[in-house]
Write a protein that binds this ligand. Structure first.
Ligand SMILES: Cc1ncc(COP(=O)(O)O)c(C=O)c1O
Length: 401
């Protein structure tokens, strides 16, 4: 841990006062995050940059990551829920002209507060437009609204058949001064699968839906559809704003696109713990619940004080890699709620020795992508699920890092 590093509750509501970095820590390298933002911006030089920091910055801490992204040139911040966006507007100390957009609304959401906080809010259907208009009336000012098109993802967004009604109603509200339609946007289903036919189909539908809205009189500031894989590999999707998340945290969106290093990205999070116990055991000794591992001979075992309550995936029992004493070890037996064991093969690194689950890889440690493979999941899930009991320790916070 570098001198002067600081432990921040990533979002104060989720911080644990009892979090103890000497047990385990997630070191967050903000210089790596800034470098990743610059790399991504260079891929889309003519587009504005929205840094996606939903889910507490994919587990890295929304506030410090949003600040670092803005320092590296982001002019927009994106979140899923309005609560995440409101917390950032209130507590992140971002410049007032940084735009904050949120897209996952449910009926009865904090529309008025969102309008008062100058958020850009996404609307996918008539119910949401009605509620935001009411929020604008209560706030006494126009709401910034971005209309979301379902161009084929089949998740949130307005179906093409319902688009004319939504556009017409938004224009009516705009004429009344209750809404300003600031953006038209959509989201890809398969941008991480090179050559997938849905990519061109979604792109042409997006162009058609944007063209229709503009013919009707919408004058959006931004049009956007590009997530990380599209930002990295599909320049024709950039329009005038890109919206990357995972790549900013230095993780490849998919092995098909190459590793983080292949993409010029540096992983931001390092997850490490201190061994709680090192002991000699005889051969034939069962290890952890269910005895799914039995020591093949006399050996040493190391106890790693992290478990599935901390977000270490139980599916990586028997497969997850950990660097201890300069060597890769494998999780021996089941990952439990708070701890797991590695077979140290007779080595005696001693209690307190560092066990690195994942990091950038340049000290020989595994990466989050290695853990994703071990657990049969994606890198997104590995970092995002690291729990609040693991303190985030920020390094390279100063801008020139
Ligand atoms: C609407 C939206 N935009 C952008 C992103 C960022 O995606 P990625 O992390 O793949 O860059 C997400 C994340 O899932 C999202 O839901």
């Amino acid at each position: 841990m570098s001198e002067g590093s600081e432990t921040l509750g990533a979002m104060s509501e989720t911080a644990q006062p009892t979090a103890n970095p000497s047990r385990a820590r997630a070191e967050i390298d903000l210089a790596a995050l800034r470098a990743n933002v610059r790399t991504l911006r260079a891929k889309a030089p003519d587009a504005a940059f929205m840094a996606v920091v939903k889910a507490d910055g994919y587990g890295h801490g929304a506030v410090p990551c949003a600040r670092a992204a803005v320092e590296a040139g982001a002019t927009w911040i994106g979140t899923a829920t309005p609560e995440e966006a409101l917390a950032l507007r209130a507590g992140a100390g971002l410049p007032a002209d940084v735009r904050i957009m949120c897209w996952l609304w449910t009926p009865g959401g904090p529309w008025r507060e969102a309008v008062e906080a100058d958020l850009d809010v996404s609307v996918s259907g008539m119910w949401a437009l009605r509620e935001v208009v009411e929020g604008a009336r209560l706030a006494g000012r126009a709401a910034r609204v971005q209309l979301k098109a379902d161009t084929g993802l089949g998740r949130n967004g307005c179906q093409p058949g319902d688009w004319p009604e939504l556009v017409a109603e938004a224009l009516r509200a705009e004429a009344e001064g209750l809404v300003r339609v600031t953006g038209l946007w959509s989201h890809f289903a398969c941008a991480d699968e090179p050559g997938h036919p849905s990519i061109t189909a979604q792109l042409s539908r997006f162009r058609e839906m944007v063209a229709y809205a503009e013919q009707q009189g919408v004058r959006p500031e931004v049009r956007h559809i590009a997530n990380s894989p599209a930002t990295l590999t599909l320049p024709e999707t950039h329009f005038n704003l890109v919206r990357p998340g995972i790549a900013m945290y230095g993780i490849s969106p998919s092995p098909e696109l190459g590793s983080a290093a292949d993409l010029g990205l540096r992983p931001v999070m390092t997850l490490a713990a201190s061994l709680a116990l090192v002991k000699h055991v005889p051969g034939g000794h069962g290890v952890s619940y269910g005895h799914h591992y039995t020591t093949p001979g006399e050996t040493t075992l190391g106890l790693v004080p992290l478990g599935y309550a901390d977000g270490v995936p139980r599916h990586a029992s028997g497969t997850g890699p950990v660097l201890v004493g300069g060597k890769w070890r494998t999780v021996a037996g089941r990952i439990a709620m708070d701890q797991f064991v590695v077979d140290l093969g007779g080595d005696e690194p001693g209690e307190g020795a560092e066990a690195v689950l994942f990091g950038p890889g340049d000290r020989g440690e595994p990466t989050a992508e290695d853990w994703a493979q071990a657990a049969g999941t994606i890198g997104y899930e590995i970092v995002t699920r690291i729990g609040a009991r693991v303190p985030r320790v920020y390094v390279n916070e100063e801008r020139n890092g």
